[in-house]
Design a protein around this ligand. Sequence first.
Ligand code: DGJ
Length: 724
Amino acid sequence: MIRIMKEFFLLETRGTAYCFRVTEQGFLQHLYYGRRLDLSGGWEALVPQVRHFPGNGAGLEGVCLEDMALEVSSPGLGDLRESMVTVRGPDGDTLTDFRFEGAEVLEEKPELEGLPSAYDEAGVCRTLRVSLLEKRGGLRLELLYTTFDRCDVITRSARLVNLGEKPVEVLRLLSSQVDFPEQKYLFTSFNGAWAREFEAVRTECGPGTIVGGSRTGCSSNRANPFVMLESRGTDEVHGECYGFHLLYSGDHFECACGNAYGKLRFLHGIQPEGFSWRLEPGESFYAPEAAMTCGWGAAEMSGNLHGFIREHVVRGWWKRRVRPVLVNSWESFYFRFTQKDLLRLARQGKELGAELFVLDDGWFGRRDNDRRSLGDWDITDRRKLPEGLGGLAKRVRALGIGFGLWVEPEMVSEDSELYRAHPDWALRVPGRSPARGRNQLVLDFSRQEVRDHIYAALKRVLSSADVSYVKWDMNRSLTDVASFCLEADRQGELFHRYVLGVYELQERLLADFPGLLLENCCSGGGRFDPGMLYYSPQIWTSDNTDAVDRLRIQEGTALIYPLSSMGAHVAACPSHTNGRVTPFATRGLVSLPGCFGYELDLTKLTEEELAMIPGQLENYRKYGPVFHGGDYYRLASYGENGEYDALMSVSKDKRTAVLDYVHVMSRQRRRSVLLPLRGLDEETLYRSSETGEVRSGAGWMYGGMVMPCMTGDSTGKLIVLEAV
Ligand code: DGJ
């Protein structure tokens, strides 16, 4: 709900409130963000009393912006903190003085031009649009706030319009700014690298600035575009826990900036370094959408974000459907396969109950290694697939299993027909030998003709083979970022234009192939963000397919993203990532909560392993809807205790709960592991599939469940509680 009373604006969701006001001078003063409040005594009580005027701070019409909590800040007026908006005007200075112009409540959630943004199917969301005018009159800044009541999320975005007669240069337009009255928080970011994504890193806030973000051209595995600000001592169920998300897949920036007077500013948006955007008269620039939530304890925050992403970000036919069990060819064959090999794997997959066969890298051009052929999507490698892609797909489908395909549309190999024909289509700085990542170059997706060419080729390929699933990969960071087509003073637009180009192509793909299941991938989780989830309901979580490492990676991922978005496959052993040996059953348990599949040569399994597959598939079909559509709880973290891991999901009607327990390190214990369960209905009686014991929800939650004793490393159990 959104309420406006005199100069006050109050945004409320089921459990949170967000409040600001217009000051006498026309600034937007932030007043509150947190749990819902009783404001029956008047909203004025939220306005802080200013006791000290910062000694030598700059005063402006009786206020000192350096120590005022603001909804938006820009440089040049005395606010010494990082700013949300920086524009170089026609005179060359960056002073901008935005003052309140007007506000209205829209009965809808507007879309953002060319960008992914949250949507509201039920038509119940309301949006507050506040506009500010730059005092010299040449710019309008619009701030949009939408409340997503049930998941306690508020989205924000900003739009800058050039009302003047000359172009201006936007140096930054971040998506959101939240000023907190205190600095008592930990800034928790999710950092990592290839094959070790989503490691939580906690940094204490205080005076000074903590900066995070990405510079790879993608949202990146170095830092997810998500930050949690948690008060000290926060755990799963206690403590103030804010989550800040960005629906953006390119370079991003987040910072927590503590001033000298105890306040903390959080900013989130497109990475300003290297960014600039020339805004011509009459044009607008849209900042991507940011989403924020506030929960009591990390679990509530995660639950809010899961609900938000599942209901308001993920779209299309697959939105609420448990995804097909797939068999992927990559770790079975890498680049070396014949049609016979593929069919053998697909047949075995089908016989065991899989629903989709995915042909990964290596099928086009002369792709015998990663040095060649990217870009030649139209040329099937007939040495490997003598009947062409269509021929193979037909045979796969004749087995009674769907056909999926890997592509990497944003890339080009120098050894390719495409590059030979269009060397200027790759990003590179003229006269400089470009850096190569995975021996490939990046296509200039800011150019319409490049996107059109790639799209036309993709469309032909997908249509020719009746492909029902696409894995869209992206395997290097952007360097040498210069376009042959942009003017010199517009090169700063290129990173963002590239991302807009990726969005445009994925949107076209979904429009032309509405039932297509798209899975994004960026060497695993290198572009795992809500922007990509707007196009693909699932993302390959990590190239690290070792089950034990996956426990940590998936725990970090699931803190932010729903289990229904995580691609998770049973892979070969010893692990191709780290050589670890883990029992087949445990590999199944670790993958089960995600979008399940197999990433190994099923024809090489032992009889004992093969015999486990029907059970794994039965569990996925039965409990996938609970993992993917229910409420998720972290019961124990192997990353924290070094011994065992447990997660649990409870169906929305609270009739079924599934507990996925993995005991990684066998240790001599004094007593068995006892886990208090969560999320059950206190009064309902539930029977355990493990012991047959029946207890009330309260009994399981407060008395806890004793985990079965198992010997050996990396053992585990799936325990189901059904209401009786
Ligand atoms: C990186 C992906 O993450 C892998 O799963 C696989 O598709 C390879 N690329 C293929 O080159």
